[in-house]
Design a binder for this molecule. Sequence first.
Ligand SMILES: [Zn+2]
Length: 208
Amino acid sequence: MYNKLFTKILDSSIWLAPDQHRIVWITLLAAMDEDGNVQFASVGNVASRARVTREAAEEAITAFEGPDVDSGDPENDGRRIERIPGGWHVLNANKYRALVTKAIVREQTRIRVQRHRAEKEAFVTNVKSKSNFRVTPSEEEAEYDSVMNIPKSQREAMRSGAPKYRTGKPCKHGHTADRWTLTSNCCQCTVERVNLKRAEFLAIKEGS
Ligand SMILES: [Zn+2]
């Protein structure tokens, strides 16, 4: 089990409490499960786990169960824990868990976007470098292979530098065609767009 600790604990009212309270509090945070429940049968168990005296544990638990006028959190009147069968429940655990989850999702999105961008850049560099150098027979073979084994995803295509990939899934216009690696646009849509433009152009030309 792994619980995250918020930096702002250093500025919270708990950090102004006596050392033994802080030790008991950190012990509860470390011991709680994902619902914020701590399995300690009695204050004695808390004391031995936190390695403080029974009196200190009792004092801390009493303080955490009661309202805290100094708490910056108006919820539960600043009460931090409540007794549940078989232990205690850390009252704000779910709220903080939601914050952590949100932060993790944000971070994962940032990484995904960054990776996608990097792959796109690598692809462009790859294409540019290919057009700058003469293709040797072995490279030609590799090229042929990459055409024959059209990548099945945009990521795969970006890695190998293939201009197109094939998911086998239809586009929003129902074409089961290849996609351009760089834009993920449907190749058939491109063809049809070009044809339409050409027809428009010819119509205008004939009309004039
Ligand atoms: Zn299409």
